[in-house]
Design a binder for this molecule. Structure first.
Ligand code: MRU
Length: 344
């Protein structure tokens, strides 16, 4: 496996993550040793990005085991299942949360042994599998996506779909990392991504760390750049993809897709198959998370508008399949028609 650009989590007899709320000012490491802390980290964006939410929640189930280890086996299993439900309620849109927790729940349900030690081993093994599979999938996304990137290209991305949002390679940023490793000269335009500024705070931070040339722009500047022919390709991540290819991703993605379509610029969604929800036919079935109004009304704790201002704050939007040129996955670059066949 190639050098991992960023390590946002690790398990070392316990679950450790980088507190993404504190970036880029400080690199603070958090130990998530209670289910309450794991829930809070997911809910309050200390960790975020669909694949990372999946990995952290999987290890969160091991945290639940350790926290309740003294209970008799059956009670312990029931408590872990309750904690799984709590974690599932942390955020509604990112499919990886449900994908990972359903896999962990299956381990608990299938366990019919009588040794708690064995159950713990199986839970750690499954969480490690989810983590390693994500590493592998994201690296493959990088390799397949690299084929779309030519020397000298200007790439636009939104939010943070980089190493920080996954086990380490990223999804939308993975092709950029691979292209850079292969010596291609590329430049990335980073949308700041209001209101939580994942682009400005996180994507800039990790591109800087990996010495990739980038320019930060406000979200409302993308159209102007496109009209000046300064964007060759748009690559974004996904929180959930429906069977028909409709995609939920960070608010603002849809506007970019419309702009890219108008300017005839290829628009790609990069995501591992663990983000594809084969249980839903279209994006209309995806629940879009609504977040706290203060994310919009305040910057650095200070109001930027009258206190009573009404606010609309959806964290994600839906991009219809016909605006998406293709999906960069670990199985290659897929068209909308290919997705249904994958889900069976
Ligand atoms: O609210 P966030 O920061 O969790 O939103 C993240 C995104 O929208 C990402 O683009 C998506 O999860 C893909 S991450 C590889």
């Amino acid at each position: 496996m190639k050098k991992i650009p960023v390590k946002p989590l690790w398990w070392h007899n316990g679950l450790y993550v980088i507190d993404q709320r504190k970036l880029p000012e400080k690199e603070v490491i958090l130990k998530l040793d209670t289910i309450k802390k794991v829930y809070d980290a997911i809910k309050n964006l200390k960790i975020r990005g669909a694949p990372l939410i999946g990995c952290v929640s999987a290890y969160g189930v091991v945290v639940s085991f350790i926290e309740n280890e003294n209970l008799p086996l059956e009670k312990l299993k029931n408590k872990i299942k309750k904690d799984i439900e709590i974690l599932k309620s942390a955020r509604p849109t990112a499919y990886n949360l449900f994908y990972a927790l359903n896999r962990m729940e299956k381990v608990v349900n299938m366990f019919n042994g009588d040794s708690k030690k064995n159950l713990k081993k199986l839970l750690i093994k499954e969480a490690n599998n989810i983590y390693k599979e994500d590493l592998h999938a994201c690296y493959k996304i990088g390799e397949y996506g690299n084929a779309l990137i030519e020397n000298g290209m200007n790439i636009l991305t939104h939010c943070n779909a980089g190493g920080l949002a996954t086990s380490g390679f990223g999804t939308a940023l993975a092709p950029i990392y691979v292209a850079n490793q292969k010596g291609k000269k590329i430049h990335v335009y980073v949308n700041e991504t209001r209101p939580v500024l994942q682009g400005a705070r996180l994507t800039s931070w990790e591109l800087e760390k990996n010495r990739i040339s980038y320019t930060l722009i406000c979200d409302n500047m993308a159209g102007y750049l496109m009209s000046k022919k300064r964007i060759d390709i748009v690559i974004v991540g996904a929180d959930r993809v429906a069977r028909n290819g409709d995609t939920a991703n960070k608010i603002g993605t849809y506007s970019l897709a419309v702009l890219a379509n108008y300017h005839k610029i290829p628009f790609y969604v990069a995501a591992p198959l663990s983000t594809f929800d084969f249980n839903i036919e279209t994006g209309e079935e995806i629940i879009i998370e609504q977040r706290n109004e203060d994310e919009i009304k305040k910057i650095n704790g200070k109001y930027i508008c009258p206190k009573n201002t009404y606010v609309f704050n959806p964290a994600f939007d839906l991009t219809p399949n016909y605006l998406i040129t293709g999906f960069i996955t670990e199985k290659g670059i897929l068209k909308t028609e290919d997705i249904k066949n994958l889900g069976g």
